[in-house]
Every structure is written in C-alpha cells, then in structure tokens.
Design a protein around this ligand. Structure first.
Ligand SMILES: Cc1cc2nc3c(=O)[nH]c(=O)nc-3n(C[C@H](O)[C@H](O)[C@H](O)COP(=O)(O)OP(=O)(O)OC[C@H]3O[C@@H](n4cnc5c(N)ncnc54)[C@H](O)[C@@H]3O)c2cc1C
Ligand code: SF4
Length: 498
C-alpha cells in the first residue's frame, strides 16, 4: 500500500482548479472550471487532517465519507475512492460541480476554521467520479433481486425522482418515471445552465438508468395527460417528486409588459437552445438577451444563473437588483464573484417600484426601464433577518428592455391540478409527509425533494430520494407479506369449506 501522506495542509496551499478567463468563458456555455490533473488531485486530497470528528461529513446532507475517500485519493487509490463516494451518493460528480460547498462541507472543514483554507472537497469529488466514468469503473445498474411483480410510479425525473428510481430498481422493482418534459433531469437539465453543469454529465446518468431497466415516460404531465388516480391504480406505490415551479411575482406595476419574463422560462429557453432544439421565443428575441439592457430582480442562485446567461447571450448590459445587501443575499458568494468577474453590475439594497414602457407607437407595451428605490436594512423580523425598507426620496431609473424576475418559487397547486382533494398539503402548498418515512396521508403515496422541503438543493433532493426509496421498499415488502397472509387465510377458509 502506498505510504499515507495526509495532513499536508501545513505546507501545501489550497489550490482550486483554475477557472477559465472571464472574457473567454463569457463566450460560451461550457463549464468555467478546468479539471485537476491526477497529481494535483492527490496533492489537494492529502491536505485533509483526517479529523476525529469530520465536520465536513457532519454537514454533508448525504453524510458522504469524505475523509475516507480523500485518503484513498491521496494514496492514488482512485477506484476505491470512487466506490466509497458512490456508496452514499447517486450523483457525486454532479454534487462536486454544483453543491454550495462553501456553505456545507468546505465551509465547515476544520482546517478552514484554523485559517489554512478548506480542503477542496467538491473539486476532488468531481475529479474522482469523472475519472470513474472515463476509466469505465461506473458499473451498469444491476438489480440484486427480482421484485418485478410490484411496480412503482415516480412523478418527476429530477434528482429526487431519479435517485429514488435507481435505489428501487437496484432492489428489483419495476420502476416507471413520468415527467412533463421531453428530457429527464428536472432542474439539472433545464434549470441549471451549462456553465455550472454541462448537460452530457446529466444525460449519461439518465442513460445509465434507462439501460438498467427503468421505464421513462416523457412528455406526460400528471393531472393533464394522466390522472393522479389512474397512476395510483397502475402502480403499487407512487412517489411525488415534482419540485416547485410557481414563480413568485414582483407584484409591481408593469409586470405584464412585453419583455418582463419569469426566470425559469428564460433559463429553459437557453438550455433548450444548448441542446439544439427549436426555440421560437428565443429566436424571436422574447427570451434572448442579445443586444438588450437586462435587469434581473432577485439575489438567489437562480438570479445568478440568469445574469450569467444574459452575459453569454451578448446583452448590452446586465444588472442584478437585490433588496438586501451582499452579505444578506441567499445566493452563493462564489457565484456572485463569478458573475462580477464576467461583467455583471450589482445594485444591492434596491427594489423595483414599477416596470415602465412606451404607452403608444410601435413599441407600445414593451418594457423600457425599471423604476426602483434604494432600500436600507431595518429591524430584524421574526426570523431574525433584518427586513429591508425603502429609503424615502431615493427613486432612480435603470434602462431595461428585458427584465427577468428571479424571486423564487412556490409549489404548484397539486390538490386542484390533480383533483386530489384528499392529499394533505402544508399551508405553503408543499406535500405533507411523515418526516421519518416521507409517506403522505394516502396509502402507498410518498413524496420527496423540493415538493416536500420547498426550493432547496440538489444534494437534499438526492438524500430524500434515497431515504424515500428505503421507506417505499419497506412498505412494498410489508404489502407482499400482508397479501400472502390474506391469501393463505383465504385458502384455509376454502379448504375448510370443502
Ligand atoms: C435556476 C436554478 C439553479 C439552481 N442551482 C442550484 C445549484 O447550483 N446547486 C444546488 O444544489 N441546487 C440548485 N438549484 C436547486 C435544485 O435544482 C433543486 O433543489 C432540485 O433540482 C430539486 O430536485 P427535485 O427532484 O425535487 O425537483 P426538480 O429538479 O424540480 O424536478 C422535478 C421534475 O418533476 C417534473 N414535474 C413537475 N410536475 C409534474 C407533473 N405534474 N407531471 C409530470 N412531471 C412533473 C418536472 O418537469 C421536473 O422534471 C437550482 C434551482 C434553480 C431553479
Ligand atoms: S473537516 Fe476538512 S480536514 Fe477534517 S476530515 Fe473533513 S475534509 Fe478533512
């Protein structure tokens, strides 16, 4: 075995993979980070101090065995590192790319706390699994048993649905995934732009699931093309993993003007274009920032994805307007820094008052500017967060011929849309589940991912997909034995009668 070479953080500096130069990366939708070379990945992994209480792992929603696979990687045992990392995550290379590590594993890394700069966990995780794909170590999905007498219907092919599908298929169930889009992946495919997550990385995961016998029913919207009741009839158990898609509105005058668009429509159009699809609203300019003055309203990761997409589409100017300051924004600081490098202007502590357009002439109804007001942070509200309030007399106007609303998402109204009056939901519209089993109040119906937690993270969707698969497996197993007991009793009764 190679000599252990950990704890090198004392003399080896933190070194992330290089980012492509801002000017070059703003020309395309390719990922911005270059990849480690083997020696660099080993060197960076060796910085880990193998903590007795590894806070990186504690703060990972998947409880990934981070120190263990870092040690294996440092020793050059990459295939074993991959196997260990793969044991707790269905998509390690995707998490390595898009998890907000600065708030999770890396933000809590002990050597970060001691001022040495965290281990570059996400970049090493990505390197390990990308290598596994390249070297052919990623094995086909093989069921370990035959439980095909029972079938599961999963609504939603996002990370929650796909992770649950994999875990259930491995156990041998017949698994059917339904999605209203034409491609699987959920927000991995159509929300998150290629410069954070290149699409072939998502598609190879989907292809592996398909090859493993999972049935995908694309372009099927439950509630429209197939009723929820029919789906329940068709399958022994059902998983709701539909995510959250109802865009929050800015609620200001002029929201109906042409050129005021919701973030997700804008991002979906851009991602579709990247796949080479025909996108008439992109070609007509409705969902294309080329040559436009763009204002994106919001301060989360979705807003960052929109501003950076607009830069790549060749916008004349791109401004992000957020009502709190930089320290209090919900989006990742890394993404803000990337956006700043790419030329995005930020108007912190500012909120729109109205979107304004020409009233008459050829341009009537088209947005031309955003009237906004400066904000200040007032007293803390019930959540402890300081509430923004307008600075009197501080109105200003920004030119804008494309306004993208990125103010967050709420759940769609599943109860009405699916005529599922009996399905229990919370007051926010998320599906109410038993926190231990993710079971809903309907027998055999479970839920996971954003539709349970509200808008969250990919890593949490994967975690819940895995947890719910365990609970569904237990439920399905109990049902088989229950049926068997009943049929045995029935048989005994028939014998007695004879
Ligand atoms: C723009 C954007 C950027 C993001 N960036 C990051 C990031 O960098 N890192 C991170 O960790 N998280 C990020 N997130 C959050 C992350 O994408 C989500 O938390 C995660 O995708 C949730 O997974 P899910 O499986 O629950 O739902 P989703 O990924 O939303 O998948 C749900 C699927 O259900 C389908 N569906 C919905 N209703 C129906 C129906 N009635 N019938 C059939 N199918 C249906 C949808 O088409 C979709 O494919 C981002 C989110 C957005 C919007
Ligand atoms: S907290 Fe940091 S140093 Fe400690 S085990 Fe995790 S990665 Fe290694």
């Amino acid at each position: 075995m190679a000599e252990t070479r950990m704890l090198s953080f004392i003399h080896v500096e933190q070194d992330y993979p290089q980012k492509r130069k801002a000017k070059a990366r703003a020309q395309d939708f390719d990922e911005i980070s270059q990849t480690y070379l083997l020696a660099k990945a080993e060197e960076q992994a060796s910085r880990c101090s193998q903590c007795g209480v590894p806070f990186c792992q504690v703060h990972c929603p998947l409880q990934n065995h981070i120190p263990d696979w870092l040690k294996l990687a440092a020793e050059g045992r990459l295939q074993e590192a991959y196997q260990l990392s793969n044991a707790t995550s269905n998509m390690p290379e995707i998490c390595g790319r898009i998890c907000p590590q600065d708030r999770l594993c890396e933000g809590n890394c002990v050597i970060e706390q001691s001022g040495h700069g965290s281990v570059t966990i996400g970049s090493i995780e990505k390197y390990i699994t990308d290598t596994a794909w390249k070297e052919g170590w990623v094995e086909p999905l093989l069921p370990v048993a035959d439980r095909s007498g029972q079938s599961v219907g999963i609504i939603g092919a996002g990370p929650a649905g796909l992770s649950a599908a994999e875990q259930l298929r491995v156990r041998g169930y017949e698994v059917h995934v339904y999605d209203r889009h034409d491609r699987a992946g959920g927000l991995l495919t159509y929300g998150i732009p290629g410069f954070k997550l290149e699409k072939p990385v998502v598609m190879r995961r989907v292809e592996r699931l398909e090859a493993g016998g999972i049935h995908f029913h694309m372009n099927v919207e439950v509630g429209t093309d197939l009723s929820f009741a029919a789906l329940r009839e068709r399958h022994d158990a059902v998983l709701i993993a539909t995510g959250v898609y109802k865009a929050r509105a800015a609620g200001v005058a002029g929201s109906g003007l042409k050129g005021v668009v919701p973030a997700l429509s804008y991002l979906i159009a851009s991602n579709r274009k990247g796949f080479g699809d025909a996108v008439p609203d992109y070609d007509s300019g409705v969902l294309n920032a080329a040559g436009r003055h763009v204002v994106v309203v919001g301060g989360g990761d979705t807003a960052m994805d929109c501003v950076r997409t607009a830069v790549r589409q060749g916008a004349a100017s791109v401004t992000c307007m957020y009502r709190r300051d930089r320290a209090n924004m919900p989006g990742s600081q890394r993404e803000v820094a990337n956006a700043g490098e790419e030329g995005v202007a930020f108007r912190w502590l500012a909120a729109p008052l109205a979107f304004e357009g020409a009233a008459v002439g050829d341009e009537a109804g088209q947005v031309r500017s955003v009237r906004a007001v400066a904000m200040r942070l007032g007293a803390a509200d019930a959540s402890g967060r300081r509430a923004p309030e307008p600075e009197p007399g501080s109105d200003f106007t920004l030119p804008a011929d494309l306004v993208v609303n990125a103010l967050g998402f709420d759940p769609e109204d599943l109860v009405d849309d699916w005529e599922a009056g009996e399905l229990a939901v919370t007051r926010w519209g998320t599906v109410r589940t038993d926190p231990r089993t993710l079971a809903t109040n309907l027998p055999g119906v479970f839920a996971a991912g954003d539709i349970v937690r509200g808008a969250s993270l990919v890593v949490w969707a994967i975690r819940e997909g895995r947890d719910v698969a365990d609970a569904m497996h237990a439920w399905l197993k109990a049902r088989v034995s229950g049926d068997k007991v009943r049929s045995d009793e029935k048989l005994r009764g028939e014998r007695k009668a004879a």
